[in-house]
Design a protein around this ligand. Structure first.
Ligand code: NAP
Length: 247
């Protein structure tokens, strides 16, 4: 069974569907329960797997513990965790507030920590598991994203340490670091910058070596491979997926 956080839409929803195509039962957690239920319903009817949707804020320890208990009860096990839930609160450093910092660190770093801690207990029991953290090319630095780039770099370090600690239990942990992927997140950024999302996407695509923006399915395919048995010797790695060496 695979648990995808922030799975109602975007990269999370595409990843859940891709893992379902490989036969995994799917649990989606999101702040938006209606959205997660709708996505879970579509995946169940398209792929014929069991699904569950749970409302949880990944930055809250009690909600994460309850969520993991509930999905294990409903779907029987937890073998794959994709730490995908994410937000942005962009601002230049001189304007960035403590709330901007705490919100981003809370969802990405604390969220991935809480979910990994809860999920690994289930994985250790079965001596098999896969953890994938969503990092970003922003981990290499990006103007206006002190909070987000620090969190995304932190998720890489977290994956490497989880790989070291959990490898003996048949658990791998890796980070995938996407470049520009067309999603609500990037569309909201365009709107915030006063740009038309389609025009902004085309402009960004011209800077990408393969001359297109990424789509959620591009990232989902990579995550599905890392979660397969074929990837059991790949652990503690960061894989950039950006249509070139860096977006
Ligand atoms: P998205 O469309 O904004 O989806 C993010 C999902 O996370 C939303 O459904 C959101 O739910 C959920 N979420 C936010 N805070 C949450 C919380 N505290 N608890 C549970 N769920 C929460 O974003 P995306 O583009 O698919 O991005 C997915 C991941 O990839 C993120 O970690 C992002 O940083 C990373 N990434 C994206 C890109 C890109 O270009 N799109 C590039 C690199 C990395 P609500 O709507 O209910 O808040």
């Amino acid at each position: 069974m695979a648990l995808v956080t922030g799975g109602a839409r975007g990269i999370g929803a595409a990843t859940a569907e891709r893992l379902a195509e490989d036969g995994a039962a799917i649990a989606l957690c999101d702040l938006d329960l209606a959205g997660a239920e709708a996505t879970a319903g579509q995946i169940a009817s398209r792929c014929g797997v069991k699904t569950a949707a749970v409302r949880a804020d990944v930055s809250k320890a009690d909600e994460v513990e309850r969520m993991v208990e509930e999905v294990v009860l409903r779907l029987g096990s937890l073998d794959i965790l994709v730490n995908n839930a994410g937000i942005t609160r962009d601002n230049l450093i001189h304007k960035m507030t403590e709330d901007d910092w705490d919100a981003v660190a809370g969802v990405h770093l604390r969220g991935a920590f809480l979910c990994s801690r809860a999920a690994q207990r289930e994985m250790v029991k079965r001596n098999w598991g896969r953890i994938v953290n969503l990092s970003s090319v922003s981990a290499l630095g990006n103007r206006g994203q002190t909070n987000y780039s620090a969190a995304k770099a932190g998720l890489q370090g977290m994956a490497k340490t989880l790989a070291i600690e959990l490898g003996r239990y048949g658990i791998t942990a890796n980070a995938v670091a996407p470049g520009f992927i067309d999603s609500e997140m990037t569309r909201a950024t365009a709107v915030r910058l006063g740009r038309d999302p389609e025009e902004w996407k085309e402009e960004r695509a011209r800077e990408i070596p393969v001359r297109r923006a990424g789509v959620p399915r591009d990232v989902a395919n990579l995550i599905a491979f890392l979660c397969s048995d074929e990837a059991s010797f790949i652990s503690g790695q960061v894989i950039y997926i950006a249509g070139g060496p860096r977006a």
